[in-house]
Design a binder for this molecule. Sequence first.
Ligand code: BGC
Length: 759
Amino acid sequence: MLLVSKRNLLLLIFLTASIPVLSQTAHWSDKAHWITIGYEEDSVLRPCPIFRKTYKINKSIRSATLYITALGLYEATMNNKRVGKAYFTPGWTSYDKRLQYQVYDVKPLLKKGDNEINVTVGEGWYRGPFGGLMQRDNYGKEAGLLFRLDITYADGSSDVLVSDSSWQSGTGPILHSDIYGGEIYDARIATKEWFIVKILDHSKSILVPTDCEAVEKQEHFKPLRIFTTPKGEQVIDFGQNMSGWVRLSVKGKAGDTIKLMHAEVLDKEGNFYMGNLRQAKATDIYILKGNGKETFEPHFTYHGFRYAKVEGCTAQNNDFTAIALYTALQHTGSFSCSNPLINQLQHNIEWSLNSNFFDIPTDCPQRSERLGWTGDAHIFYRTASFNRNVKRFFAKWLQDLKTDQRENGSVPNIIPNIYQNLAGANKKGVAGWGDAAVIIPWEQYLAYGDTAILREHYASMKAWVDYIQSASKDDLWTVNGYGDWLAPGDSTSLPFIDQCFWTNSTQLLVNAAGVVGNTADVGHYTELLKRIKKTFIEKYVNIDGKMISDTQTAYVLALQFDMLPDSLREQAVKRLVALIRGNNNHLSTGFLGTPYILHVLSRLGYSNVAFDILNQESSPSWLYPVKMNATTTWEKWDAIKLDSSVQTTSYNHYAYGAVGDWLYQVVAGIDIDSLAYGKIVIRPHIGGGLKSVRAVYHCKYGKIISEWRLKSKKLKILVNVPKGPLTIVYIPGKESRKVGSGKHVFEGEASTINSIHKF
Ligand code: BGC
């Protein structure tokens, strides 16, 4: 049960979402040293080290600024008060080459007299077991801390306190903590012995200031119900699948142990199900101190869950709170309509966005994966950018993409590339994944009109396209990657997909070259484009106009990426429609076909078919999971079967939520492409049995509202647009209208409500 009303919550998030730290560049003096532990570490559990320093302040403080980072994840306290509200700091980057530090105003935490500073360092992505192979020490073996505190006194004098050999280290109550596994916390333990730290030889030239939002605590949920499963397990249902953890507040004897396990779903019989988590133990263990009410929250782990299984106490409603944690992005959009199932779909899309925008764009938040899969990120980019301000979030991730891009231009499938130090790792870049290097900068440009992002990444975009060319033969790219990942129908030829994505990336590179004014590249890549399209037609399109793979995805990609000459387009879209109708308005698309299918249909005059797919309630479809009570979007269309049997898959994957941008862009009609070019275009598509639609989008010019209502066959369109750009509203059955800023109401023609705009 959510504790704050949704409206207040949105407002709250909107007002508080910010970069939680000061945006400032540190001057890392030579005196600040990397420090590590000065004792022998237990090599199995590796308890989280605490670094400690006491410091006497004799004068009144005017300002105190902390610069801090770690090899691992840090949590700092000053006089037992936590520094900042950011979690999972310093964040995840390509640690070998880029390590963020954060800057905090800590004046309120310090006092005249003795001050105690403690920094606990968890293993995190840096050295905890992470990645499909559960490999430890992916970036380094030793925990480390780098710290600098600048204090200016009221009398104008100043002091600098840095991490150096005067610090101490020891272990405390966190006996073990890893991102997948969970945390073991023994509240009885206080650090017994302190050891002088060791100076660590680690680069400071890799340090970069943080310039994006951090992971923060967001919503709090009280148990919806506490129940006993057929197996006799005590389980709490928090009502929402999320990323985060459970806070518990309990009383007991010293040594009493409470175990909390986390899961997304119950199995067919109604038992607690962790079978889809792969190697993630997702278990927090709390050992009580035994002195009254004790509150526990983990520090350096998170779980993807809706349910928690509790052992070691009788769970009482008031004692448990689920806390959602994720990157604090500003809300920029909302979509609602008269169909509650579609509204729930929008809710599920937003919750998979929340759960997976966790410092980097992850594929899933629950199993032993949670990686920055490039394909998923670009597929979902547009939907994400309608709903949240993702500019800085992706600016950070693109820096890591650029950093991890290989010398030959190929792009790893996951960013940051945790596998880069593994011997024998596959060094190829694959279609539909590596293309994120081109698609995301281009989408950032469209969404935020920011040419700087194109300039910044132009070389990386070009390197990816050049890499494909170097890996191709006779203008054919046959890399055989993941293909139309998880498509439920017939599979689409891999080389066909390769050629389509190569074409798309080349086209976007030509567009980008135009924007940055590189006319030589415009010419060069336009030539390449012609050749690869020609080869595509020769190799992959039969004389009768059918694609060599007669699948929905094949037609979708050929049409979306403009692979076909005018003469073949009409029959291609007709074939697509026939395949959809033949499949009783079900999708048969996977990760690569799904994001584009409804767009292609709407653009080519078949919004009615698109609406029929959207309204489909049996699997494969978007509304099937909704009917099965999903609260997030699933990795597979039928993750829970009709007979309630569950699959070993992710119940919180945003990829299929990519339909979200069609809701904003086509159903409500807010056209994002035009925005980049200084125009607002509103072109709602009426249909799908909807009686009303309302979308709000905060674009770079201000707030756009697009709304339509259908009553007794009368259509009313209401728009509200900001000052500045020229706005054009397309009204079904009527002439388009140019309007100024402010509110406008138009009447459309009822008889033409299903008519489609061809453009
Ligand atoms: C991930 C995906 C990813 C895929 C690559 C999966 O394990 O969860 O979302 O894109 O691998 O095929």
